[in-house]
Design a protein around this ligand. Structure first.
Ligand SMILES: [Zn+2]
Length: 453
């Protein structure tokens, strides 16, 4: 057997495998883009030609998986900070109507750099604003993800229900069904990679019940299923949305989705805050997943999802930061912490364990994106998406349990982040881009967009 390319040695290892395997001191080796082997104690001597990361004082976990985001919002942070979802949307739609290929690339780069700095190795994105003449916005964000080096699941989102038709968004930011379906087909053909170690996979994602028609939902589902890609949308985020659905469709948002054929193990909903018991049962029976976004739900006062009940029922649950316009930090590590705190605040001390919170941020996200055999846990043969957290600084040294330190302590610096076996972060700094230049570009793009210049 030949030697691996890299070994991470001397760290605590929390694998998040089915058996819950953990080592207080352990090692993990990487060959190419895959995890090769792991074990307890110090690593075997693989010889002088093997790269080595000294993991002493650190915790190694699977990279975190972000199941819901809107990268373009990185340049519209700090606006409408004290509004309801519908008020917030109506203030922001006119700003978003001015985005273009260049500003989306800058925003996506900034957002992805921030995700990498907080341990995220795979991110989804829900892009649904395509202003006429704005250029190829999907290509812009896919280019940004390739530059930063994260595994990426962009969705071709859409809106076709403008204000004049009884929807929420202004007419200038909606598209026709024909244009949306043509662009969706093109996106799948150009970008979707079904292979085991894919760095880009596409899904289709009409935006929400109050911004798309039922026809678009049905036709998007038919297209996605014929092409073998997944389906994503916002659902049951606020009580206002529930009222909208009751008034317009005579049913709850979840019942509306079932009526449209939008349930199944190829579907995941962002938020799913306001679900009744039958909705949870339907999602469990059909394998429909949830991107739980506790920080955004708190920022917008949307409510607290029934996460403990969803997990107990067997619904696939992952975590998401949601767009930065409703979560200025967009820290992937804040999501397991907030998921746990919210779950316990409403459900008591046993509503969610610390290890379940970490599992939602890793394997849970992998399941929601349909990649549970490839990412989400540290097991030989899986892809080398790994986060090495420093727990030896004054903020964490002496916390007895490394998983508690990670989930309940302040955010620790990353000693290293590997994606597909490639280093993206070292000593807390993203090494694939010039971070200072990214910050300057974001500030300039924000000034131009928000000032309307
Ligand atoms: Zn969202």
């Amino acid at each position: 057997m030949s030697a691996p390319d890299l070994v991470i040695d001397g760290c605590a290892v929390v694998t998040v495998d089915d058996a819950g395997t953990e080592h207080r001191t352990g090692w993990v080796s990487v060959r190419g883009n895959r995890i090769d082997a792991l074990g307890a104690g110090r690593a075997p001597d693989f010889g002088a030609g093997v790269a080595r990361i000294d993991g002493r004082g650190c915790l190694l976990t699977p990279g975190l998986v972000n199941t819901h985001h809107h990268l373009y919002q990185w340049i519209t942070r700090g606006l409408a900070a004290d509004n309801t979802l519908f008020e917030w949307l109506q203030k922001l739609y006119p700003v978003w109507a001015r985005i273009d290929e260049k500003s989306v690339r800058v925003a996506a780069t900034g957002a992805l750099v921030s995700l990498a700095r907080t341990g995220c190795t795979t991110s989804s994105d829900h892009h649904y604003v395509f202003p006429r003449g704005g250029g190829d916005l999907l290509a812009a964000e896919i280019g940004a993800a390739a530059t930063v080096g994260l595994r990426f699941h962009p969705t071709r989102g859409s809106m076709d229900l403008g204000e004049s038709q009884g929807g929420l968004p202004p007419d200038e930011v909606v598209e026709s069904i024909d244009d949306i379906l043509a662009a969706s087909t093109a996106a799948i053909e150009q970008w979707h990679d079904p292979s085991f170690d894919a760095m880009v996979r596409i899904a289709l994602a009409p935006c929400s019940p109050f911004s798309v028609t039922g026809d678009l939902m049905r036709e998007s589902a038919a297209l996605a299923r014929s092409a073998g890609v997944r389906l994503h949308t916002h659902l049951a985020e606020t009580v206002d949305e529930e009222q909208f659905c009751r008034d317009k469709f005579g049913c709850t948002p979840a019942e509306y989705m079932e009526r449209l054929g939008w349930v199944g193990d190829d579907v995941w909903f962002a938020h799913a805050v306001h679900l009744d018991d039958p909705a949870i049962a339907t999602m469990a029976r059909t394998g429909t997943g949830v991107a739980h976004c506790p920080t955004s739900n708190g920022r917008l006062g949307a409510g607290i999802a029934r996460t403990a009940e969803l997990v107990a029922a067997g619904v696939p649950v992952g975590l998401g930061v949601d767009g930065a316009a409703s979560n200025e930090s967009s820290s992937m590590l804040e999501e397991p912490r907030n998921a746990l705190l919210y779950a316990r605040a409403v459900g008591g001390p046993r509503a969610m364990t610390v290890r379940t919170a970490l599992e939602l941020a890793t394997m849970g996200g992998a399941r929601v994106l349909g990649r549970e055999t490839e990412i989400g846990s540290i097991e030989p043969g899986k892809l080398a998406d790994l986060a090495l957290w420093r727990l030896d600084t004054p903020a964490h040294a002496g916390i007895d349990d490394p998983v508690v330190a990670l989930v309940l302590g302040s955010a620790p610096p990353l000693a290293a982040l590997l994606v597909n076996g490639r280093e993206v972060v070292r000593d807390g700094v993203v090494t694939t881009v010039d971070e200072d230049a990214v910050g300057a570009d974001v500030a300039q793009a924000q000034a131009v967009l928000v000032a309307g210049g």
